[in-house]
Structures are given as C-alpha cells and as structure tokens.
Design a protein around this ligand. Structure first.
Ligand code: TXA
Ligand code: MG
Length: 362
C-alpha cells in the first residue's frame, strides 16, 4: 500500500537559477540524496536521475523509477578530478590527463571500479563509468551531497532523453520526489563514453566531446563499430539497439545529401498520407523552402542551420518529443555527417529508427 501511495504523489519541480543557484534548495535536494532518495537534476547534456552511488538501496530505486533493466550500468557523477580516487582503484596517467583537460564536460571515462561502490551501480562489471558534469546545479548538488551521484538520463527506459524539466516531469511524475529545474540543457545529447581500460581507448558511445577532439588530445582513439559498411554503433554493455525512441516510427535516411533524402522522403510522405497517416519531418532551416513548396499537410520542425550542428544536437530530443505530442504516426529525419557532434546525432537517430534508408552514404 505504501508503494502505491508514493507513486500517486505528484513530483515537486523547483526552478533553480543556473547562474546563481539557491543554496537552500540545493541543500534540501542534497538531503534527499543523503537520505537515499532519487531526484532529477540538470546537466549540460541531458537531465540525470540521481542517487547516492554508495547506497545500493538508493541505486535500486533509480532502476525502479526508470523501468531500466539491472544489466545496464550507470554513470557515476563526481564534482572534480580529485574525487576520481573514491570510485576507482587505479588512475592511469592518460585518464588523469583526460580528466584535467575535458572535465567538467560531456566526457565519461570507463575505468576500474573501486570495490567500495555497490555492484548494482555498474551492473556487477568490474569497471565504472565516471564523469564531472559542466553544470552549476549538478556540481553544487554533488558537492552538497558529499558523495558521488549515480545517474542515468532521467527518462523512462528506452525513450527519448530529457533536455528540460518538463520532459522529466512527463516521464517520471509520481515516481520521484523532486526535479531541479535548470531550464533547457545546452548540449542536448549525452556524454561521449570512452573505455579507458584498454589502449588505445575506445569510444563506446559518441557524444558531446567529439572523436576528433579526443584524437587531437590523445593521438590514438578507437571507435566501436558494429559493422564498418553500415555505420552503426554497438551499445555499451547492457544497451539495447532500440533506444532513444519516440512513440512514432522514425524513418532515418543515412545520407546528408538532399538528392538522396528528398526523393526518399517524398515517396514515404506520399505513401503515408495516402494511407491516412500523420507525418512529421525533422529538418534544417536550409530545407524549409523545399518542404513548404512540396507538402502542405505534414508537421515540420527545424532543428536550426546545417552549418551549426551544435544547435541541431541541442534541439534534437525536444523535436522527437514534440512530434509525439503532435500525434504523428511517422517521423522523417536525415543524417548530419560523421564529424564532430554529427556522429552522436547519427548514433541516436540510428538507435531510434524504425527503418534506416538511403544507405548510399554521403
Ligand atoms: O550525458 C550523460 O552521459 C547523461 C548525463 C545524465 O550524465 N547520462 C547518461 O546515462 O546518458 P545513461 O545511463 O543513459 O547512459 C550511460 C551509458 C550507457 O551507454 C552505458 O552502457 C554506459 O554509459 N556505461 C555505463 N557504465 C559502463 C561501463 N562500466 N562500461 C561500459 N559502458 C558503461
Ligand atoms: Mg539514457
């Protein structure tokens, strides 16, 4: 009965000024973390669903709130490079250098796990994923909690990650006591996950720090690829292929070239509209005129200019959620190339896709 009563209680949403966080609210949130509760907080990438990483029962509540299977390991968030020693046993020189250079920031390093961390944080792996987020609220919360905070993205399992407090509320209202609302996140896709237990280190999930930036810094970096012909990334341990998915079926054209994706879209749109379905297209500003001149009855969301991939990435998840809110049956999207944050966008769209087309590349 108690669990039912808890589920029914509405989640409190507290607005926090990210330039000048109210320390009273931060300290209240930190008390909840200390007491073994799970709360949502903003990071620069997406919102996290956090609990005390050293409290196994609290970590269990994360999996419960998200509906996440226990075999999917969590990222542990710390406040500074100095705190790394509390979650790992061995800090290789290049890991220390990566931390000094890229933290705080959207880079997650997989290192040897400190046995002091409960096994459920890392799905019983002997490694742990760790990062220092570049967000005033996240950092203040970790410091005030005086622990490390285990946190996956604060969405329901396999759904689209949340880039605003409203997104978190839509998914988790009634499942957690508190959401710290720091407005929209800036990067909009998750951190890059880099396996540092091997040399050269290997990108397991592309994200907010580009492969190019890592190569420039380290010289040698591998990228995990499932199949070199069709560019697609294998999950980190425990990750399912189907992920980051809206309810509508996403058709993803794996090409950056209008001469590939426009005819693909055109045919799909005609077929779906003829079948009485509702269609949405996620596009860039440069394509607005083409879409407007060809179709009058589809939902269009522009992510920004093709010339600013950071902008495209930061609007992607909100656009996928908005398409669901508009009730479309099908969403169309195309590739943005494999460079910079384009690789992370491609990875997420591939995983969200119901069908991948236009595999000519480009
Ligand atoms: O930007 C982010 O990374 C956000 C914010 C909240 O920090 N977090 C996030 O967490 O995206 P989540 O749980 O949605 O994704 C964690 C990723 C998964 O791909 C998981 O498989 C991988 O990190 N991971 C966690 N621990 C790992 C480990 N020990 N070895 C390999 N991969 C690991
Ligand atoms: Mg996630």
């Amino acid at each position: 009965m108690k669990a039912v009563a808890r589920l029914m209680k509405m989640t409190e949403v507290v607005k926090i000024d990210i330039l000048n966080p109210d320390m009273g609210e931060i300290s209240r949130a930190a008390k909840l973390i200390r007491a073994g509760e799970v709360i949502a907080f903003p990071t620069e990438t997406v919102y996290g669903l956090g609990a005390d990483a050293f409290n196994a029962a609290a970590v269990d509540k994360i999996f419960l709130a998200k509906g996440r299977p226990a075999h999917d390991p969590l990222i542990v968030h710390i406040a500074s490079v100095d705190q790394l020693a509390s979650v790992t046993v061995k800090i290789p020189d290049f890991v220390q250098r990566l931390g000094n250079h890229f933290w705080p920031g959207p880079l997650t390093l997989v290192v040897q796990r400190n046995p002091a961390l409960p096994g459920n944080v890392t799905a019983e792996l002997d490694t742990v994923a760790v990062r220092v987020p570049q967000h005033a609220v996240a950092l203040a919360l970790i410091k005030a909690s005086q622990t490390a905070i285990a946190a996956p993205s604060a969405n329901l399992f396999s759904g689209v990650s949340p880039t605003s407090a409203e997104h978190v509320f839509q998914d988790l209202n009634g499942r957690i006591p508190l959401i710290l609302d720091g407005g929209s996140t800036t990067i909009g896709v998750e951190s890059t996950v880099l396996d540092c237990t091997i040399w050269p280190p290997k990108v397991l999930r592309p994200g907010g720090i580009s492969v190019e930036a890592l190569r420039t810094f380290l010289g040698d970096v591998d990228v995990f690829q499932k199949n070199k012909d069709v560019v697609t990334f294998v999950k980190s341990p425990g990750m399912l292929d189907k992920h980051y998915s809206p309810s509508a079926h996403l058709y993803f054209c794996l090409s950056t070239l209008p001469e590939h994706y426009q005819p693909y879209f055109e045919q799909l749109i005609e077929n779906k509209l003829r079948a009485g379905k509702k269609v949405g297209a996620i596009i860039v500003n440069e394509d607005e005129a083409w879409f407007a001149s060809h179709f009058s009855s589809i939902e269009i969301i522009s992510l920004g200019s093709i010339l600013h991939l950071e902008q495209v990435a930061s609007h992607l998840y909100a656009a996928l959620r908005e398409m669901d809110a508009r009730g479309v049956d099908y969403i169309l999207a195309h590739d943005f190339g494999g460079e910079g944050v384009g690789l992370a966008i491609r990875d997420r769209l591939m995983r969200a896709a119901f069908e991948v087309g236009c595999c000519e590349g480009g």
